[in-house]
Design a protein around this ligand. Sequence first.
Ligand code: TPP
Ligand code: DXP
Ligand code: MG
Length: 641
Amino acid sequence: MKLETPVLDLVNSPEELRKLDENQLHALVDDLRAETIHAVSHTGGHLGAGLGVVELTVALHYLFDTPQDRLIWDVGHQCYPHKILTERRDRIRTLRQGGGLSGFTKRAESKYDAFGAGHSSTSISAGLGMAVGKSLDGEHGNVIAVIGDGSMSAGMAYEAMNNAGAMNSRLIVILNDNDMSIAPPVGAMSAYLSKLLSSKSYLSLREVAKKIAHKFPDPMEKAAARAEEFARGMMTGGTLFEEMGFYYVGPIDGHNLDHLLPVLRNVRDGEERGPFLVHVVTQKGKGYAPAEEAADKYHGVSKFDVVTGTQHKAKANAPSYTAIFGETLTKLADEDDKIVAITAAMPSGTGLNIFEKRHPDRTFDVAIAEQHAVTFAAGLACESYRPFVAIYSTFLQRAYDQIVHDVAIQNLPVRFAIDRAGFVGADGATHCGAFDIAYLCCLPNMVVMAASDEAELARMTATAAHHDQGPIAFRYPRGEGVGVDIPEKPEPLEIGKGRIVRDGNTVAILSFGARLQESLKAAEELSARGISTTVADARFAKPLDEDLIRELAERHDVLITIEEGSIGGFGALVTDFLVKNDLTQGLKVRPLYMPDMFLDHDKPDVQYAKASLDAAAICDAALQALGIEQALDTKDKRIRN
Ligand SMILES: Cc1ncc(C[n+]2csc(CCOP(=O)(O)OP(=O)(O)O)c2C)c(N)n1
Ligand SMILES: CC(=O)[C@@H](O)[C@H](O)COP(=O)(O)O
Ligand SMILES: [Mg+2]
């Protein structure tokens, strides 16, 4: 029996894809879906979103002249099939591994990744910029932005549509509507999309066929066919998009190539310049039963068994920081009916799913809308509520003006629970929680804490609940805690007071956050070499514990600060204090922070080692400051500031 060559083996690039007959594309879709499932089963990563766009990926690369035509994937977490088709199949099993392919689109990785992403809702803006750039250059190419229904909640998407709708650019927005975000989507826009779908059926095959038959007969008929097509969109739905100046086309079954291809071809060849919005309906996890059945659990997966769908999660030794935050806040809210919790589309990622079970009326999922989340919390604080905004460090970046203008200037007691602080591993640079210490500590009125373990996190949650004087933030890392006991009733901390964890007299390590464990390991190592070492947990970067810093400076020869963040954060504040108070005489100060570069995805431990933020690097810094030359074997793997 002769085995047929998988069609995917014939396609390493879009150029090769475009040489296939249209009737080979169905087989290609099957191969591509299977390859995506197998690759992610080896690497872990974002599965459901990619499976939902397999047909769309094939259709877009088949019909458009990528990379000359620009194809932009919003968020970028659905781009694995795109990577397989764009010369990266041979590396697809390195996805999200150190040195391997990024889990998102990345311009530096491939000419086919027209725009890098990781955060949502940027694609229409970037696409419009490209479309305008092309037309200023007199070029005629297409720009296609694929954006999910979940990502359609963010302000940026509307800012971009508002701008695009008033222009005449060749921008094609594909709204990939799978009726899912990470969790089920929420909000009026999501309800509107559902209504749009329920009020009309897909463009039927017959209608499409009729249009194809009319497609190229003669110029008059061609024009008429197009007019009919666009008029249909105008009349039968998509009114919001049309009011915003888009040609609305759809809804289209995004898993049916016989529908996708003619419609996209029509849009591509249309004489109308645009902008277009093609409403494509898909299913998250399509073609893989476990991912279809539990779209939320298969949004992001660890390695899994393809046959059973069972994910191989490493056994946890301790509860996650996220869970401890969720549980502690839930208990605090049992006693305090003013506590409310806000998430921007990440209920399980932030632990607010735990809170929501007990306090559904006090849980607000505002969808992907971090800016709104912060100002919404500010409004709640005006009404004497105690709002906790739980947002990852990286996504909070988007709400910076809201933190400054709506919260800090008005000194409103909004509580910022900042998860995923520090390196996050496989998601890489776009998701790294590097900057919040710097961007929060520079704000008047703000209190900034970092948890060194999960018991401290519980206490910081309680501290924030009791702090009505102004805004307060506490940060904690991704992943599991260190395994300490959690107090049943966590006591609030005294604002601006740190603690000495281990006492010595030559080297002092002042840790802000979860590097405390590495600091303790380093202290052991140094002590074994006869160097007496103090370790302190700063707890607060703002206000600083000035008494503690003074004491450490006066009693030691070397003061090392360490934090899971960029330059300009805790170390900078401590150094500023030391210098202004003439505390540096006879003292060697060594601030350790993330290097001045965006570090790629890898295991967090490797990222910390590279960043010179592990125990070995702390020892190195101490020995170097004491004038003891040391050549530890990990040294050359590190990045130095
Ligand atoms: C600004 C921002 N906030 C939150 C996230 C986290 N996030 C990643 S994907 C996602 C859901 C996106 O839903 P949708 O656009 O519909 O894509 P789907 O996964 O359904 O294909 C969320 C909330 C993000 N990437 N960026
Ligand atoms: C694509 C995206 O932004 C999220 O899916 C993110 O990858 C989730 O990260 P966690 O796994 O840390 O929740
Ligand atoms: Mg979606």
